[in-house]
Ligand binder design. Structure first.
Ligand code: SF4
Length: 228
């Protein structure tokens, strides 16, 4: 049981993914457009104290912006049972946000951490498409999500729920997306909701970033509006 009542924990929520792209408030503001580093960090500490687990911290690595922080972010896992996941930057509607800097491939980051800390294969509950390792002697893990340098659509079981209630089958495919918010507000039964989600999952197709042109206009929202 958590040390104090938490409504989300009481409602049954256990796993949390939180974006933390930097340990520096200035860089955080540059990436997110919000001056909220301290608030996010305090939230992470609170989530850990309440006992949410696994607690995953997502880091989108952008060359020249936060790539130099990768070792420090990975080191958060040394004495905390947290799961830090490094994600290759996907230019979905945000190609020009940071200039023409592109992305850093996971293999380069993995080698960097291997050289500095030593890495061993590890496991994180619900790790999805991440390749997971632990630094030598660490309590937590580091994961690499390599959707730009590798294609893992064939093992992706994820659906995406936007903040305004649309459930879509994939980051790059909104064909068949369902408005769960409208269903809920319209009084849909749990059985109907379950059938809707199940049908969407059944119809989920593979579409890798490299093949996005083949998908034509399968998506219209930028990454920030998807919640990816
Ligand atoms: S492109 Fe879609 S199917 Fe492929 S990994 Fe991303 S969300 Fe999953």
């Amino acid at each position: 049981m958590p040390p104090w009542p938490n409504p989300l924990h009481q409602a049954g929520l256990r796993r949390l993914n939180i974006s933390l792209d930097s340990l520096h408030p200035d860089t955080f503001r540059k990436i997110t457009g919000r001056d909220r580093w301290q608030r996010v960090w305090d939230g992470i500490l609170t989530a850990a104290a309440v006992g949410f687990a696994p607690l995953k911290l997502n880091v989108v690595v952008i060359p020249g912006v936060n790539d130099q922080e990768v070792p420090a972010l990975a080191a958060l896992t040394l004495d905390r049972p947290w799961h830090v996941r490094f994600i290759e930057f996907m230019p979905i509607g945000n190609e020009t946000l940071f200039g023409e800097k592109g992305w850093v491939d996971s293999a380069t980051l993995r080698q960097q951490l291997q050289d500095q800390f030593g890495l061993a294969p590890a496991h994180c509950p619900g790790n999805g498409p991440a390749d997971v390792f632990s630094l030598a002697g660490a309590q937590g893990t580091v994961g690499f999500i390599s959707q730009m340098s590798e294609c893992f659509c064939d093992r992706c079981n994820r659906l995406r729920l936007s903040a305004d209630g649309w459930l879509r089958p994939c980051l790059l495919n909104e064909v068949g997306q369902q408005n769960l918010k409208a269903l809920l507000r319209g009084g849909a039964t749990p059985a109907t909701l379950r059938e809707t989600v199940s049908a969407l999952l059944t119809n989920k197709t593979d579409i890798h970033f490299k093949n996005r042109d083949r998908g034509g206009d399968r998506y219209t929202r930028t990454m920030a509006r998807i919640g990816g």
